[in-house]
Design a protein around this ligand. Structure first.
Ligand SMILES: O=C(O)CCC(=O)C(=O)O
Ligand SMILES: [Fe+2]
Length: 402
């Protein structure tokens, strides 16, 4: 599955510049039969990356850029459909599947996210907009299977990284995208429309129809890593959601706009592919400062979610992240595309901090670490994966759906 090899020398040079550790998956075999030495190396690299940074960039992962770009084309076509066609595909809350229009999600419970999302939890063509958009179902199903294969490889490497049996996590994620409502794993296609100032209210809002740059593909082939110091760092100290009560915008004192509010993902981990418009920022473990992730063409980011954090007693902490659009007019007036694959355990899996068959020495080290309040609570009452995610959906969606 993992084919798109870049030369190792180039990866080494980038490694030195990137905030995010880069992990090369070349020659890792197939997800059913991973090459033992590669899965072991990746496991060790993941251990270091996830404990120190909470994320890593995967290269040579086997999902080619063309497939991602075609998926974004399909999403753009979907967004362009008339509302009375789109309405047949709206996420209802019975499960996470379906279209979510801008403003429905609110990570902080009050401020609308400025984006269109299509959540895919089943590959059954009757639940996908195949009729108005022939080819959608086939393409997205192949892409979803690719992400699933990559996720299954990472689940095995994660087990190795924690020194537990290689199939430990795989067995707890055996229904991903099976369409049987036994697992909440989701492939999410995302489109963030350009941000413009509304003439009447002087507030920032998103472009509703097509605009000159709406769907312009941002596909720079150049890596883009933030310089050590950037004036945008100044907005790290402020905001916190205080300046946006009851408004339809969120902007930072330097004029940058938040397109997707700060949050942590709910599941085991997330695989994220973004176009070169960037804008993704993260808070590294133990810090409140926001760091720009930057852009490495073709790379897929992996970050820890809340369930992995519970399982590892916060050793692999869930990574706070957000998406901002900078103040520069030419960037604001462009859309942004990304694709996230949220890897979730099977619904009935009980999620307890005491689940992992940890070695005695790891357990000692964990016991000595002061626990966060949330882990004390999680230890007292154990929920299954479905209950945990439904609670988080209730906090996020404003249309009454879960
Ligand atoms: O679009 C992005 O880059 C991030 C999306 C995200 O964090 C999410 O949907 O949970
Ligand atoms: Fe996220």
């Amino acid at each position: 599955m993992l084919k798109n090899k870049t030369n190792e020398e180039k990866v080494d040079t980038l490694l030195a510049k990137s905030l995010v550790p880069i992990i090369d998956l070349a020659h890792c075999g197939t997800e059913e039969c991973p090459v033992k030495s590669v899965v072991t190396r990746v496991g060790h690299q993941l251990h270091k990356a996830l404990t120190e940074k909470g994320l890593a960039l995967l290269v040579n992962h086997g999902i080619c850029d063309e497939k991602l770009k075609t998926a974004w084309d399909h999403l753009d076509d979907f967004v362009d459909l008339p509302d009375d066609v789109k309405k047949h595909y709206i996420r209802t809350g019975d499960d996470n599947h379906g279209y979510v229009s801008p403003g429905i999600e609110r990570f902080d419970g009050k401020t609308p996210e400025l984006r269109h999302a299509f959540n895919i939890c089943t590959l059954n063509a009757k639940n996908l907009p195949e009729e108005p958009l022939p080819g959608f179902a086939d393409h997205i199903s192949v892409l979803a299977e690719d992400f699933k294969a990559l996720a299954r490889f990472i689940l095995q490497a994660l087990a190795i990284s924690l020194d537990i049996p290689q199939t430990f996590f795989l067995e707890k994620h055996s229904h991903m995208l099976s369409g049987d409502h036994d697992n909440e794993t989701t492939l999410r296609l995302l489109y963030y429309p350009p941000v413009v100032e509304d003439d009447e209210s002087s507030k920032n809002t998103y472009v509703k129809g097509r605009s000159k740059y709406s769907y312009q593909r941002c596909a720079s082939t150049q890596p883009d890593f933030r310089p050590e110091y950037d004036p945008r760092d100044e907005y790290n100290e402020v905001d916190g959601g205080e300046n946006n009560k009851n408004t339809t915008e969120r902007h930072l004192p330097n004029g940058a706009v938040i397109r997707c509010g700060a949050h942590t993902d709910y599941g085991t981990f997330t695989l994220l592919s973004q176009d070169s418009e960037g804008g993704l920022e993260v808070q590294l473990p133990g810090s409140e400062k926001w760091h720009r992730v930057g852009h490495l063409p073709g790379a897929i980011l992996v970050n820890c979610g809340e369930i992995l954090s519970i399982w590892t007693q916060n050793k692999y902490a869930a990574l706070p992240h957000r998406v901002v659009v900078p103040e520069q007019e030419h960037l604001r007036s462009r859309g942004r595309h990304s694709i996230a694959f949220f890897c979730h355990p099977d619904n009935m899996t009980m999620i307890s901090p005491n689940d992992l068959p940890l070695h005695a020495e790891n357990q000692d080290a964990i016991n000595k670490k002061p626990r966060k309040k949330s882990f004390k609570a999680a230890k007292e009452k154990v929920y299954n994966a479905y209950q945990l995610i439904q609670k988080r959906f209730r906090d996020t969606y404003t249309n009454g759906s879960q």
